[in-house]
Design a protein. Structure first.
Ligand code: PLP
Length: 391
């Protein structure tokens, strides 16, 4: 019998994909399913970006590129960071990767080993914990609390640091809560980290362009005091509706960059060349497409929050970022996973249970509003009927 290494017994996955598979199966059986489970923009990639990808293929960009990514794209990333965060980064510190997940994977592989502790947000993107466990390191969840607007708490985070802590993962705006961490919390976190110069920080800013109500996104790149240990994670998946193209980028401190480059050489060689040229068009082109998409998400956010707060025994704080709402369903009396399953099977609405994002997710659901206003309204009506019948 074949036996693979035990690490694979510890690796997890994203339940969003399992929900999607079940939703698709039900739909193929003729059921009318509304999917509020999926974490990707429902808009197509903007036309000029698609055209740039096609042109790159026609122009013969078919081969390997440097593992770090093509220089014009790394330069475009540096310009984007300067435009959005007012910070200078060298293109030589930028690594082009096949999606934001790969930066996460690399950073966790660099610091995760048995005996090491890695702090990560809970509820949070499930791959953080999965990857930490894969390396044999100990995952230390940082509680992300509703009463805190689902922002990171510097005090909570700092209190969990031990002499074994090697890496801290921060995510704002956040999946699954839509929480945005305000500047004063980031200031306090960075100030507290001064006492722990050996702890690296991975800042997942993949939703950095998506904030609402005048809430600003504060990049950790703007703190020079931690630049020598900060790994910045961003990419095109969410901002430019490019999830399937697989394009991410990261900025690394000099001592880590070479290790990341070698991992890229070993794992994937490079991101496909046409995607990289499309990425240049995305970053250097008009950003109106981003503003339009965010404005559309903002309209839907209002619909979702109002609708959720109108459901019996459900409450939902207004998320300030990303495209997720994280309603509290404790008072319905349902366990989140059971409710998720019943909503899909009986009401034809796909959402994700909070526990899929960590132990602190019990009592919550995650709804993605990357779906049309009409579908959102229909889904909420179905949820209202379902809950009213089962009170
Ligand atoms: N980080 C967070 C918080 C996410 O929600 C996601 C995707 O859902 C990613 C990273 C990964 O993005 P990508 O598709 O670029 O790998």
């Amino acid at each position: 019998m074949l036996s693979i290494v035990p690490a694979f017994g510890r690796i997890g996955e994203e339940n969003a994909f399992a929900v999607l598979a079940r939703a698709n199966q039900l739909a193929s059986e003729g059921r009318d399913i509304i999917n509020l489970g999926i974490g990707q923009p429902d808009m197509p990639t903007p036309g000029p970006i698609v055209e740039a990808g096609i042109k790159a293929l026609r122009d013969g960009h078919h081969g390997y590129t440097p593992a770090t990514g093509i220089l014009p794209l790394r330069e475009a990333v540096a310009r984007d960071i300067h435009r959005r965060h007012g910070v200078e980064v060298s293109p030589d510190s930028v690594l082009i990767v096949p999606g934001g997940k790969v930066t996460m994977f690399m950073a966790i592989l660099m610091f995760g080993e048995p005996g090491a502790e890695i702090l990560y947000p809970d509820p949070g993107f499930p791959i953080y914990r999965s990857m930490i466990e894969f390396t044999g390191a100990t995952p230390v969840p940082v509680p992300i609390r509703e009463e805190n607007g689902f922002a990171f708490s510097a005090a909570d985070t700092l209190s969990l640091i031990s002499d074994k802590t090697r890496l801290l993962i921060v995510n704002s705006p956040a999946n699954p809560t839509g929480g945005v961490t305000p500047k004063h919390e980031i200031d306090a976190l960075v100030a507290g980290l001064a006492r722990y110069p050996d702890i690296a920080v991975l800042s997942d800013e993949i939703y950095g362009t998506m904030t609402y109500d005048g809430e600003a996104h504060h990049s950790l790149l703007t703190y020079p005091e931690i630049r020598d240990r900060l790994i910045y994670l961003d990419g095109a998946s969410k901002t430019y509706a490019m999830t399937g193209w697989r394009l991410g980028w990261s900025v690394w401190p000099k001592p880590l960059y070479e290790a990341a480059r070698k991992l890229a050489v070993n794992a994937h060689s490079c991101v496909n060349a046409a995607t990289q040229w499309a990425g240049i068009a995305a970053l250097d082109g008009s950003q109106d497409c981003v503003a339009e998409m965010v404005a559309e998400f903002d309209r839907r956010r209002a619909l979702v929050v109002e609708g959720l707060n109108g459901l019996p025994n459900v409450s939902c704080i207004t998320p300030k970022g990303a495209f997720y709402a994280f309603p509290n369903v404790v008072k319905t009396g349902w366990k989140a996973k059971k409710l998720t399953s019943a909503l899909l099977e009986e009401a034809g609405v796909a959402v994700i249970g909070g526990p899929d994002f960590g132990v602190n997710g019990e009592g919550y659901l995650r709804l993605s509003y990357a779906n049309s206003a009409e579908n959102i309204a229909r889904a909420l009506e179905r949820m209202r009927t379902f809950l009213a019948e089962r009170l």
